[in-house]
Design a binder for this molecule. Structure first.
Ligand SMILES: C[S@@+](CC[C@H](N)C(=O)[O-])C[C@H]1O[C@@H](n2cnc3c(N)ncnc32)[C@H](O)[C@@H]1O
Length: 316
């Protein structure tokens, strides 16, 4: 069997009242300013490489996790309004403020993008980790880092809006519900290691496409691995629903097991045009014969795609 015994034990324990809340108490990455800086500049650099816009009036992030640092990095690159939507309220004002100050230092120094040596598990990887001075020019940075603007952002970090008010620099809604953002009001929707979790992926993609203005872009880094619950990286596709229910249990963050082709199909179905599909390929740990019946629809590429950065544009 592909499921690890330890995963089964933990998964089953989450059904015991009170124990579920012990899972997913932290999300990991965004506790570090350098991680947030790296993730934001990786998305921005690839957008630039895809000839997509890199300046945004309003950016929305799905699943910021422990801090709003990725969106704060977007604001320090000139984004005027940042909407953070999470399923769980992980971030707090004091960590957000601390990360903001560290990010200011990194942008002022035009520090190189922290690379695979520092963050070996972070995707997308880039051909160069030099500071993207061609995108974030001195003029753009001077305007974004003006003392008056920084004070305005600090004030908003101390007191973020909890509804998507048009005038608020920062809005943090967690948990969020469909309908919280008005149609065609957002220029960029971004997520990092998030879309492998929501159950209602079709609903989430419909929402995100609805938020985008015509010409707006989305940039999502998605991990398709089993998150260590199985012995093979893609062993989750060999598990029956019953076994998976026991192993994943009621963990706060359970992967939805949707493969790469599902994401591509949903984005296209919503009428967005895929501009970049940067995949990490890995030999499959299972054969087609081992696929659980409900995963027979996987195409061969799904079996070997362990993560992808997908960027798409909503037609103007
Ligand atoms: C692995 S963490 C990633 C956090 C952060 N983006 C990072 O790079 O470290 C996954 C995040 O996705 C969030 N998430 C899961 N389902 C979500 C949903 N339906 N809507 C918004 N956020 C969701 C979780 O609450 C968590 O914050």
């Amino acid at each position: 069997m592909s499921i690890k015994l330890g995963s089964l034990v933990v998964g089953m324990a989450t059904y015991v009242p009170g124990l579920r809340s012990l899972t997913g108490r932290k999300t990991g990455g965004t506790v570090s300013a350098r991680y947030c800086y790296s993730v934001w500049l990786r998305h921005l650099s690839v957008l630039h490489g895809s000839a997509l816009p890199t300046e945004f009036e309003r950016a929305a992030e799905l699943g910021p996790g422990d801090s709003l640092g990725i969106g704060l990095a977007a604001m320090l690159s000139g984004t005027e309004h940042y909407l953070a939507l999470d399923a769980v309220r992980y971030a707090n004002n004091s960590l957000n403020l601390q990360i903001f100050e560290e990010l200011i230092g990194l942008f002022r120094a035009q520090a190189p993008i922290p690379d695979d040596a520092e963050f070996p598990l972070v995707q997308p990887s880039l051909p160069s980790y030099a500071f993207p001075a061609d995108v974030l020019t001195s003029a753009r940075l001077d305007a974004a880092l003006s003392p008056k603007r920084l004070e305005l952002i600090r004030a908003s970090i101390r007191n973020p809006a909890t509804t998507a008010r048009a005038d608020a620099p920062i809005c943090y809604i967690a948990p969020w519900e469909p309908g919280v953002i008005r149609d065609a009001t957002v220029d960029l929707v971004l997520s990092q290691s998030v879309l492998e979790y929501p159950r209602d992926l079709a609903g989430i993609y419909a929402e995100m496409c609805r938020w985008l203005k015509p010409g707006g872009v989305m940039s999502h880094e998605i991990d398709f691995k089993s998150m260590g619950l199985t012995t093979e990286w893609n062993g989750h596709w060999s598990c029956s629903d019953a076994v998976w229910r026991l192993a994943a249990g009621r963990r706060r963050n359970r992967v939805n097991r949707e493969p790469h082709s599902t994401h591509i199909a949903l984005i296209e179905k919503m009428g967005c045009r895929i501009v970049r599909d940067q995949r990490i390929m890995r030999p499959s740990g299972i054969t087609r014969a081992q696929l659980a019946p409900r995963f027979h629809f996987l195409v061969d590429d799904d079996l070997t795609t362990s993560s992808a950065l997908i960027q798409a544009v909503k037609p103007a």
